[in-house]
Design a binder for this molecule. Structure first.
Ligand code: FES
Ligand SMILES: [Fe+2]
Length: 369
């Protein structure tokens, strides 16, 4: 079956076929910048956290030289991990036979090991992957040939400089597992065509009819304004539209009028969405677990000088309702995608970012289309 048909979406089997899922893992997730953790977790020398990218175990660590590194968390002896969880160390020690490595990956100690023919200590350090940061977020890229993160982000330039990206303070996180292909959820996040039907509360709170979509390079940007400029203007919203009753006077002071009245949603291909609101920010990652399972995880940040918990507390229940609504519809969609009656769907005029997202997916899956 041809992969592309004008005006039509990618084939349904792209959401259900384990072989395509495996190709995506290496060709998309193994070659793009993947958000793995936060800068505050690795601010001190020796601080590290472990993570996984496209099935590869890694450890991100701050060296005594101040450098941030991403090392493969695989001992050169028999492939056991050299680090677990997170913490602070002076060196890594493998839990299996005790080989030790410096924070830059250099092999230091090989207890009770007679260095046999062909073994060279200098060749047996932990290999490193590329690492970069954006605001409070740490990214890793397994592809040595990939474009630098700053070049991927270049299209946005200094457009978001009024947001305090480098000073965001981590507050809390939320994680859900959803029984759908990662692209079903990635698409859901790139349109609000579904909002009036799926999210009545959200629709009362936001101007969902106009998402100001902008496809730019590997980014998809949306801006959605809040319906109410002030908390007193409820405009017939349902009672659970709690976001409308939040005191919006406490917004980040450098923001301009438009930025005070809505949120940007910046999607970095393939699986990160950074939201910048008037009083807080969040980052959402979709981690594919199988062709029909994705882990949706979001971290929330406050802005310096603003009350940490208030913006989130005031809107938490409202958010949970919207997340559950999306989870439920995406799981139904996944069932439909398995139906033999459905081969592929259509793009609406409200879904330009899905079209762009599919172009990016297809552009990466070069070998077989
Ligand atoms: S596997 Fe690491 S020391 Fe043996
Ligand atoms: Fe939604």
């Amino acid at each position: 079956m041809t992969t592309t048909v004008a005006g039509m979406s990618v084939p349904a089997r792209w959401y259900t076929d384990p072989a395509i899922f495996e190709r995506e893992r290496t060709q998309i997730f193994g070659r793009t910048w993947q958000w793995v953790g936060r800068v505050d977790q690795v601010s001190a020398p020796g601080a590290y956290f472990t993570c996984e990218v496209a099935g590869e175990p890694l450890v991100v660590v701050r060296g005594t030289d101040g450098q941030l590194r991403a090392l493969w968390n695989v001992c050169r002896h028999k492939a056991a991990p050299v680090a677990e969880g997170s913490g602070t160390v002076r060196r890594f020690q493998c839990g299996y036979h005790g080989w030790t490595y410096g924070l830059d990956g250099t092999l230091l100690g090989t207890p009770h090991f007679s260095e046999g023919e062909g073994f060279r200590r200098a060749d047996n350090g932990l290999p490193s992957a590329r690492v970069a940061t954006w605001g409070p977020l740490v990214f890793v890229n397994l592809d040595p040939e990939a474009e630098p993160l700053e070049r991927v982000l270049a299209p946005v330039g200094d457009r978001f400089e009024r947001y305090p990206l480098d000073e965001l303070v981590f507050q809390r996180d939320l994680s859900l597992e959803i029984q759908c292909n990662w692209k079903v959820m990635a698409e859901n996040l790139r349109e609000c065509y579904h909002c009036p039907s799926v999210h009545p509360s959200l629709t009362a709170a936001y101007e969902v009819e106009e998402t100001h979509p902008e496809p730019v390079g590997d980014l998809d940007i949306m801006f959605i304004a809040e319906r109410c400029a002030s908390p007193t203007e409820q405009r017939g919203a349902p009672k659970d539209a709690a976001i409308l009753s939040f005191d919006r006077h406490r917004v980040h002071e450098t923001l301009r009028d438009r930025e005070r009245r809505g949120s940007y949603y910046i999607h970095l291909f393939p699986n990160l969405m950074l939201s910048l609101g008037p009083d807080h920010a969040s980052a959402l990652k979709l981690t594919p677990a199988a062709e029909d399972r994705v882990v949706w995880s979001r971290q929330y940040f406050s802005y310096p000088g603003l009350p940490a918990a208030d913006p989130l507390d005031a809107t938490w229940e409202f958010r949970l309702v919207a997340y559950r609504e999306d989870k439920a519809i995406c799981e139904e969609v996944q069932k439909g995608l398995r139906s033999r009656s459905y081969v592929r769907g259509w793009y609406s005029t409200k879904e330009p970012l899905i079209r762009h997202f599919h172009d990016l997916v297809l552009g990466r899956m070069v070998e077989e289309h």
